[in-house]
Design a protein. Sequence first.
Length: 226
Amino acid sequence: MGRSSDRALRRFAIFLIVVAATGALAAWRARQGVHFTPEALRDWVRSYGVWAPVVFTSVFVLRPLVFFPSTLLFLAGGLAFGVGWGTLYAAVGGTAGAILGFAIARALGRDFVEVWIGVRMPEERHSQWGAGLVLLLNLIPVVPMTAINYGAGLSGMRLLPFTVAVIGGLTPRAFAYSYFGHSLLQIGSVEFRVALVLLAALIVIPLLLRRRLIRWITGPAAIERQ
């Protein structure tokens, strides 16, 4: 182990500091009474005029660094841009943010997992987050996106399968929340009820079909690792 293990430990310590700092920032915002609503975020984004899509997407990219609730951004996107454009901007920004979170965890934490945990639990050295699992978790609206990205980055998963899986899972989530956000303008309408059903379906159906989805995407062997 030696020097390489010491470097891995130092980098992992930095990773933990980054996570703790972003968590502390979120807790500070809550204690200070800094609360956001989809309507307030919509108005703030729209205040940038033609630059509104760029600002909205950039906030999504940087969101992992400040632990900002993705749900609020999804809803604000639907309110500010409508279902179609809101879905597109959220999917692009969310995917870029996922890659950023993945890269941070990979650069600062993967060596620690490989050197320290791999030595003590050899079976974990070769276990990987499959594309099916990442897609599935991104589909479910209540699963924190930052946790998915960090977990995949700490694993042995490659960037390309991760990115494809994020796009495949995050886009339906972005659509469901954008649709729901847009429907907030007509609470009680048929559109609002359909949006609620769509969100519920994204929670229930992936859980019911978990094994089939993972087998379909990554093959039967992946089931044995879940």
